[in-house]
Ligand binder design. Sequence first.
Ligand code: FEO
Length: 394
Amino acid sequence: MKKLIKNNVYWVGKTDWELKTFHGDDYSVNHGSSQNSYLILEEKTVLIDTVWTPNTTEFLDNLKSEVKLDEIDFIVANHGEVDHSGSLPALMEQIPNTPIYCTANAVKSLVGQFHHPEWNFKVVKTGDSVDIGNGKKLVFVEMPMLHWPDSMATYLTEDNILFSNDAFGQHFAVEELFNDKADQCLLWEEAIKYYANILNPFSPLVKRKIEQIQDMGIPIDIIATSHGVIWRDNPMQIVEKYYEWSQGYAENQITIAYDTMWDGTKQLAHKIGAEISNLSPDTKVKIFNISKADKNDIMTEVFKSKAIVVGSPTVSQNILSSVSGWLEFLKELKFKNKKSAVFGCYGWSGESTKVLRERLAAAGFDLVEPEINCNWNPKTEDFEKAYDIAKALI
Ligand code: FEO
């Protein structure tokens, strides 16, 4: 069943309350998600995006109950990634000549995935538009790296709706669709997690794109994303947040992330946390065992932090594989302007703090000098060094 967004614009997407992971298993989904697709019924009938492949049958059955498929005048594919395009092959089997408006890069993506170069692609660039009747137009805005090089947004004039695709989204299921109907704590928790784990590497582009959209001076009454809520209550609040998040964001928080073999490194983690709290009671301290906590949730806390402390025992002249994998992900996210410190226990050779330093430097973190490289289990003099780390970081 379609759901009304505004005037002749309807939601025809999929709300998935059972989804647990996204991008394979790379992104944890804690509160469901959605793939938002939209149907515009003006003089022209327009479908904006589709849904992920496993939901194709449900999507097409629903769409057919709302509109005859051969009455769809054209499709807008804001983004070629399969969570938005996965139902295109089945749809195009039934309406094979229907124009698909998308960027040149989206043609590469869609043809690369679905092997249908014969589809009727209409390549658009920023500022191109198409009339849909009743005095309304769709205007296209390229959004490279929000989320991939092919992404774009589509703006509906008169109704002032920006179909932003991945930008401003969250992996969050809200049956009522709109931001004012959502649990606000969960909404902002999911919005910042989505930014930290997906969009943070592209922050300079996010900042420039927001400035470009502001310069265009278009009125925006609704931001209709492709994941999570549709922003109708003060829609610019999420744009303002993105602008803030895109510029080296940090709160007064320090996050400690570690793994441990026989609890020595764990004891150091908690001692460092206690010293930070003691020295600076206003600083939020969060402590995570990398093997036990959700890696995406830890990254969200890193995003909110002005400094991080990373610990691993030495194993085979290296660090634990759990910490190593996590650091690879950390590097990918391109955090900026954050301090860091390292610690760990060892029995025989003691390379872990050196390895941690190299890996954190490669990930763009500024390292402070004090560290704890503790032989065997922590002694009083090892615990005392936690104070030096805390002092250097706050
Ligand atoms: Fe929601 Fe980049 O796909």
